[in-house]
Structures are given as structure tokens and as C-alpha cells.
Design a protein around this ligand. Structure first.
Ligand code: TRP
Length: 344
């Protein structure tokens, strides 16, 4: 059905992170570390701080630019190299908004009305949410397709938005009789760390909005805080560490700690169980705390260093905007021709 198999443009990754609130371990393992791993594996990648998405709910104008720098700093501190990947701010590439408008005229109301994230975020009072919040996934499609990105590393919760991007791409290609103009972007979700849960409730995602501070590890937490939060994390009354992957079943908190260990160590749940299966949490938790502290400390230090003098971050973002604009410009020009806009 799709024209996926016949698209033969370059393979390219794009992802975005909103400049809202503190980053935590879930953001790191689910996104930042994945980006860096993709860069190391040789993927061409664009990584974007999505400030246009952030303003779908009110933001303080006095804080937004600094929040944006913080995400860029986290990307760089996690290992993304601004010379290899393109690290940039969404609003600094005007083509995102132009393509989003055109996609607004391609996407159908019925498609957007099915988006569960809008329903969750708008809550009972959808009438009062911004039009931008409703339109959020269309802008996301534009983020991806304005670079003809073919792969998108995102969490499970973004699968529906990515599906919408695929539908918009197909419909654009059909409507304008331009087969293979846009690719069908594919998710890259698998692997350990895809879904990091709360340290206090293994059935809830680790979240910046959880009122329980002990439920998450923030990227800016110091070593003692990280160690303390891990040692206090919830386990269960079913005894020691499971001795097989099957035995993790029904033990969401324990499975989460094992998943965090595996993701930080760059190994699998099986390997972690091979090492710690049958041992007590008095052995496993301190080992996990050490691993987390050793892994995160250099990142936190580098983030602090960068933020102390934002000039380096700003230079990287200016360069990123130049590279991103250079890629997006010819594509949006082609889109304008394809749609039939006046030009001389
Ligand atoms: N909606 C994504 C999130 O909340 C952020 C995002 C915006 C994004 N544009 C994107 C992710 C494009 C991937 C690709 O996580």
C-alpha cells in the first residue's frame, strides 16, 4: 500500500525534545543516549529542540531561551557532536512552520481527533486548549518530513504521532501526484531503555510532572542524590532478584531496575540476570547506584560546564541552524512547486 519500498532518498534520522522542565533518566536513556548511539553507528542525524511545540501550552518568555539551551547542552553533554550531527532549535528553521501549514491542509480532522496524547493533555477542558495543542502532531510531521527523514527514534508514546506522519506523507504524495516525494518515516523504538518507569511505581512512566521527587533521577542530581534515590526505590515482597527473564513477569519495579541497569551498561536484561539472578537487592541496588553515578557524573559535569558559559552552546546552535536550513530549503522549494504556488 505504501510507497515505502520505492523511496530511495538517503537514510536520515530526526528527533526532537521539548524545552520544558528538567531532564531525567527516562529522557536520557529513551532519547539522548539513543541519539548518541545512532551517531556512533554512523547515522546522519538531526536533533532538534522543539520550542514551537513547547508553546502549545503557556511558557514563560523570560525562561524559554535558557530552557532551550539546557536541552542543547544535554544533547552535547550526552555525546552528540555538533560537527557530526545537526543540533538545532526548531524555530530557527522557518520551513518547519511553512510545511506544517501545508500539512494542515493535507491532514484530516478525523485523523487528529483520534490522537490520544491530545485527549490526555487537554483533559476535560479540550475547548480551552490552544489550537496549537490540537495541531501538535501535524507540526511534528513537518519536523520530520521537511528533511525527508526516514527514521525517528522516539518512545512508545509517540508511535501514534509517527503513524500520522506516515499518513500525511502518503496523502501528500497521492494528492499531488508525486509518488515517493516524501518517505514513510519509520520508528526506531527497540532496545533497553525504551521505557523507563517511575522508581516508586513500575507501572507508571518516569515523568517530570510526578510530584514524588524520589520517583525519578534528574540529570542534574548529584551523586549522593542518585545513589539515595536508587537505594530507596520500590521493589516488592517476592524475594530476591529473579533468576530468569520470565521471572520478571509481574514484578514491574524489579523489571524496571534491571532495564535501567541493562541500558546504562549497554547490555541486555538476560546479561544482568546472569550476573545478579538470585542475589539480594542489598547487592544489586548498590551496584546499580554505582553504575548510574559513574555513567551520569561526566554528563552532568559537562552540562554544568556548558551552561556556565552558553557561548559554546549558542555557536553550536547557530551552526546547526545553518546546516538544517541548507537541507530544508531545497525541500520546501520543491514542496512549493509541487503544491503549485506562484513563483517567478
Ligand atoms: N512529540 C515529541 C515528544 O514529546 C517531540 C517531538 C517533536 C518529536 N517533533 C518531533 C519527536 C519529531 C520526534 C520527531 O517526545
Amino acid at each position: 500500500m505504501t510507497d515505502q519500498s520505492t523511496y530511495n532518498g538517503p537514510q536520515r534520522v530526526l528527533s526532537g525534545i521539548q524545552p520544558t522542565g528538567n531532564l531525567h533518566l527516562g529522557n536520557y536513556l529513551g532519547a539522548l543516549k539513543k541519539f548518541t548511539d545512532l551517531e556512533t553507528a554512523g547515522w546522519e542525524g538531526l536533533y532538534c529542540v522543539v520550542d514551537l511545540h513547547a508553546i502549545t501550552v503557556p511558557q514563560d518568555p523570560a525562561l524559554l531561551a535558557d530552557q532551550t539551551r539546557q536541552i542543547a547542552a544535554a544533547m552535547m553533554a550526552s555525546g552528540l557532536d555538533p560537527d557530526k550531527s545537526t543540533i538545532f532549535v526548531q524555530s530557527s528553521v522557518r520551513a518547519h512552520t511553512e510545511l506544517a501549514w501545508i500539512f494542515n491542509c493535507v491532514a484530516r480532522m478525523g485523523w487528529l481527533e483520534k490522537m490520544t496524547q491530545f485527549k490526555d493533555k487537554s483533559g476535560k477542558d479540550a475547548e480551552r486548549s490552544s489550537v496549537g495543542l490540537f495541531d501538535y502532531p501535524v507540526l511534528q510531521a513537518a519536523d520530520i518530513l521537511v528533511y525527508k527523514a526516514t527514521h525517528v527514534p522516539v518512545g512508545e508514546d509517540q508511535k501514534q504521532h509517527l503513524e500520522l506522519s506516515r499518513n500525511i506523507a502518503s496523502r501528500f504524495n497521492q494528492q499531488f501526484n508525486a509518488p515517493n516525494f516524501f518517505p514513510q518515516p519509520e520508528p526506531l523504538i527497540e532496545g533497553p531503555g525504551a521505557r523507563i518507569m517511575s522508581l516508586k511505581d513500575g507501572t507508571k512512566k518516569m515523568s517530570k510532572s510526578d510530584p514524588a521527587e524520589n520517583s525519578r533521577i534528574n540529570l542534574i542530581d548529584d551523586a549522593d542524590t542518585i545513589a539515595r534515590k536508587i537505594k530507596k526505590s520500590k521493589t516488592d515482597t517476592q524475594g530476591d532478584m529473579p533468576e530468569s527473564v520470565e521471572a520478571m513477569e509481574g514484578r514491574p519495579e524489579v523489571a524496571n531496575l534491571i532495564g535501567i541497569y541493562a541500558a546504562l551498561a549497554g547490555t541486555s536484561d538476560e546479561a544482568v540476570i546472569g550476573e545478579f539472578g538470585g542475589k539480594g537487592f542489598g547487592t544489586f541496588k548498590p551496584a546499580l547506584a554505582d553504575l548510574a553515578v559513574n555513567h551520569l557524573a561526566p554528563i552532568t559535569d559537562e552540562m554544568r560546564r556548558l551552561l556556565a558559559d552558553p557561548a559554546e552552546i549558542d555557536r553550536a546552535l547557530v551552526k546547526g541552524a545553518e546546516k538544517a536550513n541548507a537541507l530544508a530549503e531545497p525541500i520546501i522549494e520543491d514542496v512549493r512547486k509541487t503544491v503549485g504556488f506562484w513563483q517567478v
